[in-house]
Design a protein around this ligand. Structure first.
Ligand code: HEC
Length: 337
């Protein structure tokens, strides 16, 4: 009898160690998890390689970044197809998106801009997710940066406009423009501390839309699960705490009207004031954890791109919140996609 109990305990212990952690299931349901396929050898660099046919694909919505000057009000969301393959310490990402024209830099003209794309990773992957628009002074991102007609770069950014090229291995790129679409593979060695799941986000610039600096489309942070690596439980827990809100979006919408958020922020059907960044796609670009922090500790990070604050003090006022009000507001902002 005793040995049967032991056996049962052992089976249960092994079973729970093998089952997917509950945080992973939750994150998956929130649409924030991507799986990288396994490459037997080095993942392919060619965007036309048949191996891509079997790699898992994810369609991500990308949103115009509207917090920078000059404004980008006319732009609408777009779609980016992303695939990932990993092997031999390397990660290859295949990106595809629609673009009406192929724009390369023109040495004779300063108002012609090139199409470009960037993949960003937190420079410290196990920590709080950095600001999606290219990191923060205290929480930088590393970037794989490609611009049509130029050499790809490995860079670091601490907020947009702060790109520093890093000495490490620059990504290799195979980019093809055909029939109104860019398709490209970017491949580089994985950082030694990459770990799984690895947060990753994407940005795309359209040269013809005067795309440069902050005038880009960007995705929210996604969690990329790397093959043959164990998911780090502490990371999953930290990300799950950032990814959800238990608030009620309808109550949050009423509250936003009562508290006068649209006196400074553009909201659906609201006036076009821009003392603060437009929040029209707040839930498409930002995670609930970031939105919560932006309201509760506005000055902990001031959105770059315009004069949104001075001397480390945000123009966003401190406000008092009762009961579940804060979460209702976060739920409302999260619903704006
Ligand atoms: C007096 C103007 C003002 C009011 C009123 C105001 N905000 Fe802000 N808000 C700002 C400014 C300026 C920023 C950018 C500076 C920063 O990062 O703190 C900001 C930043 C934010 C951000 C981060 C946006 C981003 O793109 O990263 C969120 C979210 C936000 N506010 C939500 C709200 C909500 C919700 C309300 C109403 C309860 C509100 N704000 C009321 C001025 C305001």
């Amino acid at each position: 009898m005793k040995s049967v109990c032991w056996l049962l305990a052992l089976i249960l212990a092994v079973g729970s160690a093998l089952a997917a952690p509950p945080e992973l299931d939750l994150l998956r349901q929130s649409g924030r998890v991507m799986d990288a396929g396994v490459a037997a050898d080095m993942p392919p660099l060619s965007q036309g390689d048949p191996a891509w046919g079997a790699a898992p694909a994810m369609l991500l919505k990308i949103y115009p970044q509207r917090s920078t000057a000059p404004g980008f009000e006319e732009a609408t969301p777009a779609t980016l197809k992303v695939q990932a393959l990993a092997g031999k310490g390397h990660l290859a990402l295949r990106l595809a998106w629609a673009d009406k024209s192929e724009d390369r830099p023109d040495p004779r003209s300063t108002d012609r801009f090139a199409d470009a794309a960037a993949v960003q990773f937190p420079a410290k992957p196990g920590r709080l997710l950095p600001y999606i628009g290219m990191g923060e002074p205290n929480n930088p991102v590393s970037l794989w940066f490609w611009r049509a007609g130029t050499v790809p770069e490995l860079a670091e950014a601490r907020g947009f406009g702060s790109l520093t090229v890093l000495p490490g291995a620059a990504p290799e790129v195979d980019a093809v423009y055909s029939a109104g679409e860019w398709t490209m593979v970017l491949r580089a060695p994985l950082a030694a501390d990459a770990g799984s799941p690895l947060p990753v986000a994407f940005a795309v610039w359209d040269g013809a839309a005067q795309g440069r600096d902050g005038r880009k489309w960007l995705s929210s942070w996604q969690l990329l699960r790397l093959p043959n690596m164990r998911d780090e439980r502490a990371r999953l827990r930290a990300f799950a705490a950032e990814a959800f809100t238990v608030g009620n979006a309808m109550r949050g919408e009423k509250l936003a009207a009562e508290r006068g958020c649209s006196a400074c922020h553009r909201l659906p059907d609201g006036p076009a004031f821009d003392t603060g960044p437009a929040l029209l796609n707040a839930g498409g670009i930002h995670w609930p954890g970031y939105l919560r922090r932006s309201i509760l500790q506005a000055s902990s990070f001031i959105v770059p791109g315009r004069s949104y604050g001075a001397n480390g003090i945000s123009l966003m006022p401190d406000m008092e919140w009762r009961g579940g009000e804060m979460e209702d507001l976060v739920a409302y902002l999260t619903s704006l996609k």
